[in-house]
Design a protein around this ligand. Structure first.
Ligand code: FAD
Length: 438
């Protein structure tokens, strides 16, 4: 029976949660439960899998467990981009067929999320604003040229912005070139996942603060929590980087820690410093340089940058404080007239990668399935893998399952300490190469 040695822990720093009304979490699991299905992990993947499974199998009982409150994990603490276009971590984009596949899957996930946001009136600043891929120096401009040729190949609409046009739109003189595309959605991620969790179908029982401490795979699957246990016919693991704890993809996944900071809402006078767009989202053209930025509907500025390798998957305030200084420097370089605007919060979250950027999607035994390893783009990738694993597990013939499977399976990574040395060296080297974009 695999015992879970690493558990997710909430460090109570998530800046998005500070702006939301208090919410009553669903009760922790107590006593013994019997279910047709057990789902573990209530992020984008687990929430999509639970909802889809409930629709596919309206008479089945589904138990969904999460170690934390919904919204405390990475799904509630990301930058809030539901990205439609193939992103840096979408596999080998030199092949148009891979790019088209990623686009099909991403758009399916965005449409699915949008349907539920509208149907349940989830108040999460959902907006089809699109994204702005931006560069500030030669390295980023070079990457932007690749992005441009991908858009041409895909026949996707876009708008090219020079420095003046970017300044007029965004209110910063920092970017020398940018490309605006139109399919990405911006939103408040913690509000979205909470909304999705609070509107699950009636045959799903969600238990928060119910960490699985051990799991027994057999003809039926039994998972133990501190105060209860669930026995189910089938299990779907949606725990992203914690998958190796559950004995799947051991030696094939690794986690990165990334960081975000958010300001208070700008005042009416400060907002006059901003450009013509009422809200926007910038992604860095050079993956390891610059940073992701948002100007939110409620007038806050968010910056997301910096990577760290931490296999313990536990956050610490000292590193957050150090990164807050880096964020400050980058923020001030982009918005010198807003240097006085303080950050309200700096937080961290863990994301899961595979070396070949393949998802951890599929069936492991007759009754064990997974939708993990979203390669850092989990709003769309988590949602699509959740939907499609529910279809696969319930025997629904969905042609998009072939698109998921065509991405392959996570390849092996070297053992520790080689893995740590390699990842840390790569972060440092790529960061140094991309320093001109900072
Ligand atoms: C700062 C930051 C910015 C980001 N920005 C973006 C962005 O703009 N767009 C984007 O697409 N992605 C972004 N990401 C990545 C994205 O958040 C993740 O890829 C996504 O959350 C993965 O979704 P998931 O549902 O697969 O996993 P998670 O959101 O990690 O959910 C897995 C759940 O499993 C639970 N779990 C783990 N172990 C156990 C256990 N033993 N028992 C019970 N439950 C368990 C966890 O508590 C967790 O809630 C960002 C991430 C961070 C940290």
């Amino acid at each position: 029976m695999p015992k879970i040695h690493l558990l997710p822990a909430d460090d109570a720093t998530n800046g998005w949660l500070k702006h939301l009304p208090a919410r009553q979490p669903k009760p922790a699991l107590k006593g013994t439960a019997r279910a047709d299905w057990l789902l573990i992990g209530a992020g984008f993947a687990g929430l999509a899998a639970a909802r889809r499974l409930a629709q596919n199998r309206p008479n089945d009982s589904i138990v969904l467990l999460d170690a934390r409150n919904v919204g405390d994990g990475p799904s509630g603490r990301n930058s809030g981009f539901a990205i439609d276009l193939p992103h840096h971590t979408s596999g080998d984009l030199r092949h148009p067929e891979s790019a088209k596949r990623a686009l099909r899957l991403n758009r399916m996930a965005i449409d699915y999320l949008e349907r539920h946001v509208k149907a349940h009136a989830i108040d999460c600043q959902w907006s089809r604003q699109g994204q702005i891929m931006a560069a500030s120096a030669a390295l980023g401009e070079d990457q932007l040229a690749h992005f441009h040729s991908m858009l041409e190949t895909l026949g996707e609409p876009y708008e090219q912005l020079n420095r003046g046009a970017a300044r007029a739109l965004l209110g910063t003189n920092f970017y020398s070139a940018a490309i605006r595309t139109f399919g990405t959605v911006l939103m408040q991620p913690a509000a979205l996942v909470r909304g999705l969790a609070d509107t699950l179908p009636a045959n799903v029982s969600l238990h928060e603060n119910s960490a699985v401490l051990s799991i027994d795979y057999g003809k039926s699957v039994t998972a133990m929590t501190a105060e209860g246990q669930v026995r189910a016919d089938k299990v779907i693991l949606c725990v992203d980087g914690f998958a190796p704890q559950f004995d799947i993809y051991r030696g094939r996944l690794f986690g990165l820690r990334i960081f975000a900071s958010i300001t208070r809402p700008l005042s009416a006078t400060e907002r006059q410093e901003m450009g013509s767009a009422p809200e926007w989202g910038i992604l860095p053209a050079a993956r390891f340089g610059g940073g992701t930025l948002r100007y939110t509907q409620d007038g806050r500025l968010l910056i997301r940058s910096s990577y760290a390798y931490k296999p313990s998957m536990q956050a610490d305030i000292a590193t957050n404080n150090r990164i807050a200084h880096i964020h400050r420097r980058k923020f001030d370089a982009r918005f010198p007239t807003l240097k006085h605007v303080p950050f309200e919060a700096t937080w961290t979250g863990f994301l899961c990668l595979s070396k070949n950027l393949a998802p951890g999607f599929g069936r492991h035994q007759t009754n064990v399935f997974s939708a993990v390893c979203q390669n850092g783009v989990g709003v769309t990738k988590g949602t699509q893998s959740g939907i499609l694993i529910a279809d696969l597990a319930s025997g629904i013939d969905n042609p998009l399952i072939a698109d998921m499977e065509a991405q392959g399976q996570p390849s092996r990574v070297p053992p520790e300490p080689l893995l740590g040395l390699g990842v840390r060296a790569n972060i440092a080297w790529q960061g140094w190469l991309a320093r001109s974009e900072d």
